[in-house]
Design a protein around this ligand. Sequence first.
Ligand SMILES: C[S@@+](CC[C@H](N)C(=O)[O-])C[C@H]1O[C@@H](n2cnc3c(N)ncnc32)[C@H](O)[C@@H]1O
Length: 223
Amino acid sequence: MTRTLSHSEAKAFYDRFGARQDSQRFYEDAAVADLIAHSDMRRARAVFEFGCGTGRLAAHLLANHLPPACRYRAVDVSETMVRLARRRLARWQNRADVAQSTGSVTLSAESAGFDRFIVAYVLDLLDTEDISRLLEEAYRVLEPGGLLCAVGLTYGGTLPARAVSLLWQALFRLNPKLLGGCRPIVIGDRLRGAAWALRHHNVVTRFGISSEVVVAVRDHADT
Ligand SMILES: C[S@@+](CC[C@H](N)C(=O)[O-])C[C@H]1O[C@@H](n2cnc3c(N)ncnc32)[C@H](O)[C@@H]1O
């Protein structure tokens, strides 16, 4: 069984890593741009982000994509990340709120209170139980018709990327902390049931690193 970081190990790692997280943009930006292009952010009313990191994506969305009345709320387990994100989002403090969590994937957010649920490069560091639970929580906090907007590391989409992916997995097995706890996974296949309708599913590869981009519509039926 894959050993992932515990919540306290993830907190300790990201407390230390802090602003260096933004150096990952060399492979993340293209995938995140694809995510935004398919998430209809201009019509969002209330956004929830799980694991916001330094708040880089939030600042970009608030400055360029979200309508002025749209609320933004995030949680992150890392104290350092919460401090960085709050500082970055200070100019939107009347509608953007970042809270430090315990790492639990059971959210305190109200049911059906949001129409976008963003999770960027976080599912890939959770264990499989937490991933399932978080997807259930995304379903709960999204209103019917709301969008799950997920991006994260996945298996290589090209031949060179497959080689990088194999190396990545070998390093991960050696010590997950070498890679911030992240490993390639597939999310789209988990969303093919009745609860979600896949709207966009893509693999974007930059510098040999592949990211899976998923936009899924929360079904109208209750589960
Ligand atoms: C790889 S970083 C990605 C940050 C940001 N979403 C981005 O794309 O730049 C992972 C983030 O998830 C946070 N995180 C990890 N495990 C978490 C958990 N169980 N609950 C909340 N946040 C978590 C970390 O503190 C870190 O900020």
